[in-house]
Design a binder for this molecule. Structure first.
Ligand code: SF4
Length: 95
């Protein structure tokens, strides 16, 4: 279920996982997400942001086909990044 970042709070609980992806077509490349949550977001040489799963960057091809699972202690930072993203291109999915 895709939910706006602000609504993810309502889905929190052991039965829900936060998954996150970026629509690179909308990314402005400002790097704000990486500043807020470098454990999940990274900016590559192509000037676009991608999500990471641990040390693995999910950039082949990125987009909605590659989602990262955010650890519980990163949910606040991921939510903040999605809310602050000027491209409005960070999407949170509750599973
Ligand atoms: S904050 Fe949004 S627009 Fe900026 S680099 Fe990250 S994903 Fe791209």
């Amino acid at each position: 279920m895709a939910v706006p970042a602000k609504q993810f709070q309502a889905f929190r609980g052991e039965e829900w996982l936060m998954r996150v992806w970026i629509d690179q077509d909308l990314c402005t490349g400002d790097g704000l997400c990486e500043e807020i949550c470098p454990a999940v977001f990274t900016l590559l040489d192509d000037g676009l942001a991608y999500v990471k799963q641990g040390d693995t960057v999910l950039n082949e091809p990125g987009g909605s086909s590659q989602t990262a699972t955010a650890a519980a202690d990163l949910e606040d930072a991921v939510t903040e990044a999605a809310e602050e993203c000027p491209g409005e291109c960070i999407f949170i999915v509750a599973e």
